[in-house]
Design a protein around this ligand. Structure first.
Ligand code: HEM
Length: 521
């Protein structure tokens, strides 16, 4: 009895000592500055219970009054600081002006090679040689002047897409997925996808599994990394089957298409692509198995489909939702298109200067159902901002949704209204805030101009030949469709709208003939 009392007193004394030591060191490091304000927290777990489980983060932390001082919020989860930036000023000040300090990513122990095996995925990779060299290559390949080289590819695949919409309009969601897959696989590997199962099963599987483990609190091993050393048969390790499955899919994601390129290069049949370009430049042609440079290029290329699939298909999917909900927008866009192309050809990217409304529509798409509302960065050193302390290793989340849905900046923000991006004389008005849809700072999406171009071409092409309206029930009545309430959207890295139906019909015989002729061209 006496011994256990002594042990209890010892433990209490030790805990108090450690707590005071930690508090003292923390205070010295903060130089007396407080962390940014945030909700009250519990001991040890901190704000774990404040991490939204059912509704997305941007909803909970996007309703903050941006005119107040609380556009920088701090939560603590198991001692990990999570800073949420909710205003353009805070995002610019920190992610852009102090870019180097805010360009890291959070470690995700569950992504390590011996667990899920996706540590090579560039958007997750920590700062270092792999990221810097890979990022340099991507910035070059996706710079605005280089996109001109890819326009023909986007237009070609979009024509095939129109043909598929004509043949099986009800499968429009699958056609969108295939369109995106075709564009990225051809661009990256020079590979022509045949259907949605061809080469795409592994990367889609990786996307579906990894996204389940990325939000704070989603996998205990991310917060308590030592848990990964426990054997996989320990009962709490309930996600082990998914983890092993992901490891195998991740291996196939980067190796299968890369082997295709390597074999076609050896056979002299390779189609020019990012893969052939990077390999030629790295002077690896004489030794196609050279390590580790080869490995880095393989990893970088493998990242592209994963990074671009859910995101771009979600944006295209929201185009169809906007078209059925806003028929007046559709009519105006078609009138603009008809004036430019006289309906005897499909529009091309070169028509853009004369299609300001279509350009405004593609910008509004990125704002309206913003696909990636949270860009998670991490700090590489301690920082002080407006008198607050932001520690080294803090997760820094840019709440782009809060900015792009702020009613002071975008009145009636839930409405799809391309007029936001038009001047009074009808010319297109650029908006410096819209790139937030692609993140901010050094990790901003390198493919943003490519995505802009794709959305423009797809929007213009679809509207020039199709009418998109609500689907009908068996009695011929419109099936109602609504924008899903934000509360119903599950937390995800890229927001996916729930499935909805629509009727996609050629505008007339002229349009139908044009689709058939272009799909064959
Ligand atoms: C609608 C389509 C897309 C959206 C909304 C989007 C959005 C984003 C966002 C928010 C980030 C993180 C930015 C940050 O941390 O600040 C990102 C990173 C990235 N995206 Fe995209 N993206 C899209 C399409 C694509 C496509 C088509 C590709 C490639 C073909 C791509 C490649 C990448 C890569 C490689 C990164 C990692 C950059 C880095 O960590 O340095 N994205 N994207």
């Amino acid at each position: 009895m006496l011994i256990s009392l002594v042990t209890a007193i010892d433990s209490l004394a030790l805990s108090t000592f450690l707590y005071l030591l930690f508090a003292f060191r923390d205070h010295r490091r903060r130089r007396g500055s407080p962390y940014p304000p945030g909700p009250p927290s519990w001991p040890i777990i901190g704000n774990l219970l404040d991490v939204p489980k059912l509704s997305p983060w941007f909803l909970k932390y996007g309703k903050i009054d941006l005119s107040s001082c609380c556009d920088v919020i701090c939560l603590q989860v198991f001692g990990q600081a999570v800073v949420v930036l909710c205003s353009p000023t805070a995002i610019k000040d920190l992610l852009e002006r102090r870019g180097e300090l805010y360009a890291d990513r959070m470690p995700f122990p569950i992504f390590e090679p011996e667990l899920m095996g996706v540590e090579w995925f560039l958007p997750h990779s920590r700062l270092g040689k792999y990221w810097r060299e890979g990022r340099k290559l991507l910035d070059r390949s996706f710079r605005p002047s280089a996109i001109a080289l890819h326009r023909g590819l986007i237009e070609e695949k979009t024509r095939v897409f129109l043909g598929q919409l004509l043949a099986t309009p009800n499968a429009f969601r699958e056609h969108i997925e295939l369109l995106q897959g075709k564009i990225v696989m051809r661009l990256t590997y020079g590979y022509d996808l045949k259907d949605n199962d061809d080469m795409l099963v592994p990367p889609r599987g990786v996307v579906n599994i990894t996204k389940q483990f990325m939000l704070p609190g989603a996998a205990l091993v991310n917060d308590l990394p030592f848990l990964r050393h426990l054997p996989s048969w320990v009962p709490w390790f309930k996600y082990e089957p998914l983890v092993s499955q992901c490891r195998e899919l991740a291996w196939r994601t980067k190796n299968e298409p890369f082997d295709f390129v390597r074999n076609s290069m050896r056979a002299g049949t390779a189609v020019p692509s990012l893969a052939t370009e990077y390999l030629q430049e790295a002077d690896l042609l004489s030794d196609l198995d050279s390590q580790p440079r080869m490995q880095d290029i393989k990893d970088l290329l493998g990242s592209l489909f994963i990074a671009g699939s859910d995101t771009t298909t979600a944006a295209m999917y929201s185009l169809f939702l906007a078209l059925i909900l806003y028929p007046e927008v559709q009519k105006r866009a078609q009138a603009e298109l008809d004036a430019v192309s006289s309906r005897d050809r499909l529009p091309t990217y070169d028509d853009k200067p004369r299609l300001p409304y279509i350009e405004a529509m593609s910008k509004e798409l990125m704002r309206w159902q913003m696909v990636t509302p949270l860009g998670p960065h991490a700090t590489t050193d301690d920082d002080f901002y407006r008198g607050y302390f932001i520690p080294k290793g803090a997760a820094v989340i840019t709440n782009g949704w809060a900015v792009l849905h702020n009613p002071e900046l975008y009145p009636d923000p839930e409405a799809f209204n391309p007029d936001r991006f038009l001047n009074e004389d009808g010319t297109f008005r650029d908006d410096p805030m819209i790139p937030l849809a692609f993140g901010a700072g050094r990790r901003i999406c390198p493919a943003r101009h490519f995505v802009d171009t794709t959305l423009f071409i797809v929007t213009a092409s679809v509207l020039s030949v199709f009418n998109v309206t609500k689907a009908k029930d068996k009695d011929g009545n419109d099936i109602p469709v609504a924008v899903p309430p934000l509360e119903s959207i599950l937390p995800d890295i890229a927001i996916q709208l729930p499935k909805f139906g629509c009727s996609i019909t050629p505008r007339d015989k002229v349009a139908e003939d044009l689709i058939r002729a272009s799909a064959l061209a």
